[in-house]
Design a protein around this ligand. Structure first.
Ligand SMILES: Cc1cc2ncn([C@H]3O[C@H](COP(=O)(O)O)[C@@H](O)[C@H]3O)c2cc1C
Ligand SMILES: O=C(O)c1cccnc1
Length: 353
């Protein structure tokens, strides 16, 4: 651990079990057969435990998008050129990206943090600059970043979570933009799960089967270079084969768990960051809800390892927290039903025998 990130050792906040039980008790009194609203019930009762109230709400939603480039893109592992990372940052700022539209639609606050792209960008309103360099180093040749860059990335994530909390957010969504980051997310997953690259390499932005095979070979070279011992350590794994934006997401998730803020995890890349977070701090898992099953094939293994139960399965594979934003209306409905349905007593409806 680095002297710049002593907070990595802070445990997660405890869940309020009394509030969760009170919410579960309320569910038994609502005018419906118990369990008939399926996972909408458990979403509400888990949120109740996280928020310390029997009436949870997710009206105030924070979305933070972390962007950064990847040196491993030089290995030809993405369908798209690296310039797209910076170009998409501009698109976020102008309100034209998928997540820009979704954030407006659900009334969420959106912030963008640029951690360093190959293509330099002019200062833009709505984009925070925390540049750590023009992207990570190519991790098939050496570590993606040095300890200082890793610490700064994780601190950038923590600061985002702190801003969200100060702004009164009731739910935190992290998203990412970084050409090549499905390769980094796959490398992290291989390292932390001890699995072969072939099961974690996927098409990302749209590689054909030969491209996916090449990606797996690139991953294998990285795993050989860094070694399974180094890669089984979550912090060292993030430093060696992670990305600026992935490390920042992990820092943000960890800080949310420490401060007691519910997290809604997005797709493949976010789940790799979530797994690293849980390996750093097992208690962080209690603060995570999982939005969707990504179409990226490796996501299934992360879902399994995290014992996650994603809310949606829409075949999405965009990233940018788009899957998470899409699940927010369902979480709001779960809270509305939980808070506003009449009880058997209120409605004078007979209860079960
Ligand atoms: C226009 C565009 C917008 C995106 N928004 C998110 N991603 C997603 O795709 C990238 C990862 O895929 P790979 O590893 O194959 O490069 C990430 O930036 C991710 O957020 C995008 C990709 C593109 C092309
Ligand atoms: O699931 C994701 O997060 C994902 C998948 C492919 C490309 N970008 C993001």
């Amino acid at each position: 651990m680095n002297h710049e990130t002593p907070w990595l050792q802070v445990p997660a906040a405890p869940i309020d079990d009394a509030a969760r039980r009170a919410a579960e008790d309320r569910q038994t009194q609502l005018t419906k057969p118990l369990g008939s609203l399926g996972r909408l019930e458990t979403l509400a009762t888990r949120l109740a435990g996280m928020q310390g109230t029997d009436k949870p709400r997710v009206d105030q939603v924070q979305i933070s998008i972390f962007a950064g480039d990847h040196g491993v893109a030089a290995e030809g592992i993405s369908r798209f050129p690296q310039s797209v990372t910076a170009e998409m940052v501009r698109n976020f700022a102008r309100g034209g990206a998928g997540i820009s539209v979704l954030a407006r639609a659900i009334g969420a606050t959106l912030e963008v943090i640029n951690l360093g792209t190959v293509m330099e960008l002019e200062p833009m309103s709505g984009v925070l600059d925390v540049r750590l360099g023009p992207g990570t180093a190519n991790f098939v040749k050496g570590p993606a970043m040095d300890a200082h860059q890793l610490a700064k990335a994780m601190n950038a994530g923590r600061h985002s979570a702190e801003r969200a909390r100060l702004a009164g957010a009731q739910l935190y969504l992290a998203g990412e933009m970084g050409i090549g980051n499905t390769t980094a997310a796959a490398a992290i997953s291989c390292g932390l799960l001890g699995r072969d690259p072939e099961v974690l390499a996927g098409p990302g932005t749209g590689l054909d089967p030969a491209g996916v095979q090449h990606k797996a070979q690139v991953l294998r070279r990285a795993l050989t270079l860094h070694g399974s011992e180094n890669l089984s350590d979550p912090v060292e794994c993030l430093r060696r084969v992670g990305g600026f934006e992935i490390a920042a997401m992990s820092g943000a998730y960890l800080a949310c768990a420490q401060m007691g803020m519910p997290i809604l995890v997005d797709g493949f890349i976010s789940s790799a960051a979530a797994l690293a977070t849980v390996r750093i701090c097992p208690g962080a898992r209690d603060w995570m809800l999982f939005a969707h099953a990504s179409a990226e094939p490796g996501h299934r293994l992360l879902v399994e390892a995290l014992a996650a139960d994603p809310v949606l399965d829409l075949g999405m594979r965009l990233g940018e927290a788009s899957g998470a934003a899409t699940a927010v209306p369902l979480l709001r409905l779960a809270c509305d039903i939980h808070c506003h349905m009449a009880t058997f007593a209120e409605a004078q409806v007979a209860e079960a025998h």
